[in-house]
Write a protein that binds this ligand. Structure first.
Ligand code: G3P
Length: 218
């Protein structure tokens, strides 16, 4: 499963990128607003920083304006993946942009039928929002399983499942167990994935025992 970082915080993304932990970046208008950063320069910086896709979302909701915005975003760098909302206009824009050979990420997916349409529109990625379904007491992870089942049943559907709105290590392991192709994860959650109380306890014992030997590797 590819790991993307879901953020517009350049410093945090750089740290994870330098650690070799991420395969790409996803942003959205809310993350840009939260970071306080300028959208286009931020996308330019991120696209130069990581080799993989950097999802940049259109702001418009109508097809014509989406296409004009997508043209601006696509000019930034080859690895800018155009992010589009899962609406009829967004799907139409997805099909047009894919016909030009550019990667797309169709976002705000909350159902299997939406994921089916995203695949029919040729989306490179579809982003089901796990956490937001859980917020409503619905089954976010089950949606990932269901989309996986449908995509696997129809090999002509080539869209990759990009699990999104993941807020915990459990969400990430759930996405992996559901067979998601990729997961986009906030930076603090990525860093928490490495933590385990037994790792800390075991390491403390190794450090103490090693010290007691009086030896040195260097
Ligand atoms: O990738 C989409 C993600 O940023 C949404 O997450 O936590 O706002 O539902 P959240």
């Amino acid at each position: 499963m590819k790991i993307f970082v879901d953020s517009a915080d350049v410093a945090k993304i750089r740290r994870l990128s330098e650690a070799g932990l991420i395969d790409g970046v996803t942003t959205n208008p809310s993350l840009i607003a939260k970071s306080g950063a300028e959208f286009l320069p931020t996308i330019r910086e991120l696209a130069a920083m990581v080799e993989g896709p950097v999802s940049a979302e259109v702001a418009a909701t109508d097809y014509d304006t989406m296409m004009r915005e997508a043209a601006v975003l696509a000019k930034i760098a080859e690895n800018v993946c155009i992010k589009l909302p899962l609406t009829m206009d967004g799907l139409r824009a997805c099909a047009s942009i894919r016909a030009e050979g550019r990667e797309t990420n169709v976002t705000l997916c909350f159902s299997v039928t939406q994921a089916l349409l995203a695949a029919k529109a040729g989306a490179t990625y579809v982003s089901p929002f796990v956490g937001r379904l859980d917020d409503l007491n619905l089954e976010g992870e089950q949606l990932l399983h269901d989309i996986r089942q449908v995509y696997d049943a129809y090999p002509a559907l080539q869209t990759q499942i990009l699990a999104a709105s993941l807020r915990s290590a459990n969400h990430v392991s759930g996405a992996a167990l559901a067979g998601a192709d990729a997961a986009t994860i906030p930076p603090d959650v990525i860093e928490r994935l490495a933590n385990h109380a037994l790792t800390d306890k075991g390491l403390a014992a190794f450090v103490a025992d090693w010290k007691a030997t009086g030896q040195s590797i260097l």
